[in-house]
Design a protein around this ligand. Structure first.
Ligand code: PLP
Length: 400
């Protein structure tokens, strides 16, 4: 360990992956564990997309491609921006990366100087702060609790911006809360951002397609075009197209930034998989109707999970309009004791005791920067969810 870089003391492995791994290990020991910690759709990649990949292999698309993505895929991404956001973009201002994660990483590494601050509304996706720190910056968490629907407000933003602010990160629909920023929300934030021309905005639209109750998607660069020249819009095929293992994400932004990100990529991983790029092309250009079908399933699960959680003593759960997560509060169980005699002092204790005593794995809210909450992923079957929620209900009822 003495040989590790000092930087490593600042970075921790993803807690969601750690909990999923722990649950998997318990399962392998024969325990009846239900893991609600995973961040991926439980549906398979659609067949037409898999076929496109097989065709690419057989057709010899097995070599290096252009470092930041094939011209065909970048044109398809430009068509997607036009179709979904009425934005006419230049395919040259697009970068294709190995997952959405690499888009974020390239952008932070290529822009952050020592001491630069990155505003991250909390609760946040676990990787943002660690990526910022790895890049040499300072992650500044801005608490956005249930009273503001877990969303950044113009007032909170105004208060958080300093002369050192380099980036603001926005994520809608949100992991871990499922909250969705409306067009009006983004316009209001845009008003504040207009007064701060040196702040870049990273807009993580990874869950764009997962929306319920007729909610409409909005993205900052479209609704506040005046600041589009400092917005990096990040998206990918992982969640919408059930392609988490294929590792394709993409970003659109100002050419100086895309150029710098491409330089980093050219000296680290080079192009994302040629085969996955061919599959992503089919995902974006092919039929989209299964997305609505999936959303019907996710919405039904969300309704069941939210209503069962709200029946648990001491738990309150908001009903979000996107992604496949809920973020219930466990404030009402703090101070209580489990049947095994464990006192629950915080959300970490709650998640640990729930796994130990009822074999349900959830992620404590402290991992996402806002306590006392926990995150449940409902990207699993109705029967499993029902069983899990019943166990949580029994667990809460057993607390004294
Ligand atoms: N952004 C958010 C909010 C996510 O939840 C995830 C994946 O969990 C990503 C980005 C990264 O997606 P990818 O698997 O394409 O790297």
């Amino acid at each position: 360990a003495a040989l590790l870089s000092p930087r490593m003391s600042l970075v921790k492995p993803s807690p969601t992956l750690a909990i999923t791994d722990n649950a998997k290990a318990m399962k392998a020991r024969g325990m009846d564990v239900i893991a609600l910690a995973q961040g991926e759709p439980d549906m398979d990649t659609p067949a037409n997309i898999c076929e496109a990949a097989i065709k690419a292999i057989k057709g010899g698309q097995t070599r290096y491609t252009a470092v930041n993505g094939t011209a065909e895929l970048k044109r398809a991404i430009a068509r997607k921006f036009l179709r979904d956001h009425a934005m006419t973009i230049n395919p040259d201002d697009v970068i294709v990366c190995t997952g959405g994660k690499q888009v974020l990483f390239n952008a932070l590494v290529s822009t952050i100087g020592e001491g630069d601050e990155v505003l991250i509304p909390a609760p946040y996706w676990v990787s943002y702060p660690d990526m910022v720190v790895l890049a040499g910056g300072k992650a500044v968490s801005v608490e956005c609790d249930a009273s503001v629907g877990f969303k950044l407000t113009p007032e909170l933003l105004k208060k958080a911006i300093t002369p050192r602010t380099k980036w603001l990160i926005l994520n809608s629909p949100s992991n871990p809360t499922g909250s969705v920023y409306t067009e009006a929300d983004l316009k209001a934030l845009g008003q504040v951002l207009k007064a701060h021309p040196n702040v870049l905005v990273m807009v993580d639209d990874m869950y764009e397609k997962l929306l319920f109750d007729g909610a409409k998607f909005a993205t900052l660069a479209q609704v506040v075009p005046e600041i589009a020249d400092r917005v990096l819009t990040v998206n990918g095929v992982s969640k919408a197209y059930c392609m988490t293992g294929w590792r394709i994400g993409y970003g659109h932004g100002p050419s100086w930034l895309i150029g710098a990100m491409s330089a980093i990529q050219s000296q680290s991983t080079s192009n994302p998989s040629s085969i996955s790029q061919a599959a992503a092309l089919e995902a974006l250009d092919g039929p989209q109707d299964f997305i609505a079908a999936h959303n019907v399933i996710f919405q039904r699960r969300r309704d069941m999970v939210v209503s069962m959680l709200n029946e648990c003593a001491g738990i309150t759960c908001m009903k979000p309009q996107g992604a496949f997560y809920v973020y219930p509060s466990c404030a009402g169980v703090l101070g209580k004791t489990t049947p095994k005699g464990v006192k629950i002092n915080n959300d970490f204790d709650f998640a640990n005791a729930l796994l130990d005593e009822k074999l349900v794995a959830v992620v404590p809210g402290s991992a996402f920067g806002l306590a006392p909450y926990f995150r449940i992923s409902y990207a699993t079957s109705d029967d499993i969810l029902k069983d899990a929620c019943q166990r949580i209900k029994d667990f809460c009822a057993s607390l004294r």
